[in-house]
Design a protein around this ligand. Structure first.
Ligand code: ZN
Length: 259
C-alpha cells in the first residue's frame, strides 16, 4: 500500500524553492491534478495559516482525492539560528516548549475547524516534534502523526498511530538548492550525501517494489514545491505513473487493527 504525502507551507521570505516556483498551494494544486490523472490518493499537510489566509484555495484542493492534515501553524514562528539553538538546547526540540507547541497545535486545529475540515493527522514542520508533541496531539484527539523517519512499520502508541516515512525524502536526498543543516541528516541511509533526482527516483522505485513484494506499507514524502522547482513536475509525472501500479490510501485510512 502506498501512502503518498506532501507538505505545503505558507509564503516564506527567502525560501529558495518558492523564489523559483512561486506559491506552494498553486504547486499543490498541480501536484493533485497529476495524481488525479493517475488515480492516486494522498495526504497533504498544510500550515494552519494557509487555511486562515487562503481559504478559497484550500477549498479548491479539497475537491481532489486528498486528506488535509496539519503542519504547524506557520512553521515555528519567527525562527533564527539563536532561537533554534535555544530550543534545541533547553527543550531538546526545535518546536520549543510544551506551552508554545500546545498553543500552536490548537491554533492550527481551530483554522481547520473554521473551514469545516477535521484535522485527523499531523506532521510537524522539519519533523521537529518530541514526545511532548505526541502527548499534545493525543490531547487534541489527533489520531495519526508522520514525523518519524526510517525503516519501520506504522505502529500505535497510547492511541496515536505513528506513520514513519520509510522512503528517502526528496528534498533531503536530491542535490538541489542550498544544503541546510537539517538536510545533512537525511533519511538517505542508502546514499552518501545528496544525489541526482533520477538516481533518487531509482531508489524510491526499488524500495517501493521491495515493500510491495513483502507486504510493507510505503510511506512517502514528496513536496509539491520541490517538484515544481525541480523541473515543473516532469519527474513527478513519472513518479506518479510508477506509483499508480499500486493501491494508495490517505494517512487516516490506515487501520492498525488488520496489522
Ligand atoms: Zn515543513
Amino acid at each position: 500500500m502506498i501512502y503518498l504525502t506532501g507538505d505545503v507551507h505558507h509564503d516564506l521570505e527567502g525560501y529558495w524553492e518558492q523564489d523559483i516556483a512561486g506559491n506552494e498551494i498553486k504547486a499543490a494544486k498541480k501536484y493533485l491534478s497529476i495524481l488525479k490523472k493517475y488515480k492516486i490518493s494522498c495526504t497533504l499537510f498544510l500550515n494552519g495559516v494557509i487555511l486562515d489566509k487562503e481559504a478559497e484555495k484550500v477549498r479548491e484542493l479539497s475537491e481532489f482525492d486528498v486528506e488535509i492534515g496539519g503542519h504547524t501553524y506557520n512553521n515555528f514562528g519567527k525562527m533564527n539560528v539563536f532561537k533554534s539553538y535555544i530550543n534545541r538546547k533547553r527543550y531538546n526540540c526545535i518546536y520549543g516548549p510544551a506551552s508554545f507547541q500546545k498553543k500552536d497545535i490548537e491554533k492550527t486545529k481551530k483554522a481547520f475547524e473554521k473551514l469545516g475540515i477535521k484535522m485527523n493527522s499531523w506532521r510537524t514542520h522539519a519533523f521537529g516534534s518530541n514526545e511532548t508533541t505526541f502527548d499534545i496531539l493525543r490531547g487534541f484527539g489527533i489520531k495519526y502523526e508522520s514525523d518519524l523517519l526510517g525503516n519501520q512499520k506504522p505502529f500505535e502508541e497510547k492511541g496515536l498511530v505513528h506513520m514513519p516515512i520509510n522512503i528517502p525524502v526528496d528534498i533531503n536526498t536530491i542535490s538541489i538548492g542550498p544544503l541546510k543543516p537539517e538536510n545533512r541528516d537525511s533519511f538517505a541511509s542508502c546514499t552518501k550525501g545528496r544525489i541526482e533526482p533520477l538516481e533518487w527516483f531509482g531508489i524510491v522505485k526499488k524500495r517501493v517494489e521491495y515493500n510491495e513484494k513483502n507486504n510493507i506499507d510505503s510511506i512517502i514524502l514528496i513536496h509539491p514545491i520541490t517538484m515544481a522547482a525541480l523541473d515543473d513536475f516532469a519527474l513527478f509525472d513519472n513518479i506518479a505513473k510508477f506509483l499508480s501500479k499500486y493501491e494508495s490510501k490517505k494517512i487516516s485510512e490506515y487501520s492498525i487493527i488488520k496489522h
